[in-house]
Ligand binder design. Structure first.
Ligand code: ATP
Length: 352
């Protein structure tokens, strides 16, 4: 089980160190972890945010554990040399098309939510967002019409195979959770959405154990704040997913608690190859101060064990240890507490 460990910039190395402690503590047989530079660290040491050796390691690994990239000293570099390009390059090279973002309310943190505590308490959902298609990647331009007016356009499209593969990821995720899947679209006005809905219904025949429902995106945005507890797994396209996944994050509160997975089509001997990272960035404002909350990174490790190595029991153990740590009141400054990065990591280890 080969893991490419790319800590990156800013708080990346600090939070990755805590995740590594947790991985080591599990003492799994047959795990090989290899480190490589990425982002600003890649640029400063090797002249590129995604150095060839890093890319090769990511390709040969069964999973990529990713910290964060972003380095203010690189702000004036040409676009292709900026740290953020590393993640785009990895997504492309590994054809990662499915973005999974869990949003779960940890008991005791309800007050951090933008929602009322009794509403926030019920949040335990997973958003599965398609990453490679939709209006972001269609034909686009700002052109002149015959009468001289400027017109902007972006072509929204999905091919049926693109919908089918993300639907399979979502149905499988629902099987591993509460068995309910809500597909979000705008089929009342968009043909792209009508095809999306038709294909999701076709795929559902292969998953009789999953209860499928459909919701228009405007209603989904409303339901996410009105009654988020109704959702188990949500699957949607790139544009709607971009918006809804950020909305869901703020429904649970701190950015320092949210993990993500980006999965591709490659099946290894152990599971689905993917890249796992916190949703927050490199937080240069607090880097090197031992203040960063490592829980999103540790939860990303749990997602990696679940999806890339099919180690559900170990993933659940880590998640339970994180929940217990928070319930015991051990919190970083981002959650209104005073615990430092290593202290939080050690607290998770003790509960593991
Ligand atoms: P980048 O450009 O890498 O995205 P950023 O600072 O613009 O960096 P984030 O890194 O997401 O964006 O940080 C946003 C805010 O949240 C910052 O004030 C940061 O300190 C804080 N923050 C982000 N992650 C954490 C964390 N794990 N623990 C504590 N605070 C965090």
């Amino acid at each position: 089980m080969k893991i490419a460990c790319l800590a990156g910039d800013g708080i990346g190395p600090e939070i990755m160190a805590e995740a590594r402690k947790v991985l080591d503590a599990l003492a799994l047989d047959g795990v090989i972890v290899e480190d490589a530079d990425v982002g600003g660290a890649g640029y400063h040491k090797h002249g590129h945010p995604l150095p060839p050796a890093t890319l090769e390691l990511a390709k040969s690994a069964d999973a990529v554990l990713f910290g964060a990239v972003g380095d203010p000293s690189c702000d004036n570099l040409e676009r292709h040399l900026r740290p953020e390009q590393a993640i785009l390059g990895l997504r492309q090279a590994l054809t990662l098309f499915a973005n999974l973002r869990p949003a779960t309310m940890f008991p005791g943190l309800e007050d951090l939510s933008a929602l009322r505590p009794e509403v926030a308490r019920e949040i335990d959902l997973l958003i599965v967002r398609e990453l490679n298609g939709d209006v972001y990647f269609g034909e686009k331009a700002i052109r002149r019409l015959d009468d001289g007016r400027r017109q902007g356009f972006d072509l929204m499209s999905y091919a049926e195979d693109e919908v089918r593969r993300i639907a399979h990821v979502a149905f499988r995720a629902a099987q591993g959770r509460g068995g309910r899947l809500c597909s979000v679209d705008k089929a009342n006005v968009l043909e792209t959405s009508q095809l999306w809905r038709d294909v999701v219904v076709e795929v559902s025949a292969e998953y009789p154990d999953v209860e499928l429902s459909h919701m228009y995106v405007d209603n989904a945005a409303m339901q996410l704040v009105r009654n988020p507890g109704q959702f188990d797994v949500v699957v949607t396209g790139n544009l709607f997913g971009d918006i809804l996944s950020d909305q869901a994050s703020m429904c649970v509160g701190s950015i320092g608690l949210l993990a993500s997975a980006s999965l591709g089509e490659t099946q290894t001997a152990y599971g689905t190859k993917g890249l796992y990272e916190p949703i927050h960035g490199s937080a240069p404002d607090i880097a090197g101060q031992g203040k960063a909350n490592p829980l999103a990174m540790i939860l990303s490790l749990a997602m990696m064990l679940r999806h890339s190595f099919s180690l559900e029991a170990e993933a659940a153990r880590i998640e339970a240890a994180v929940a217990k740590t928070l319930a015991d009141g051990i919190k970083g400054a981002d959650l209104g507490g005073s615990a430092g990065t290593a202290e939080i990591g050690d607290a998770v280890l003790a509960r593991l």
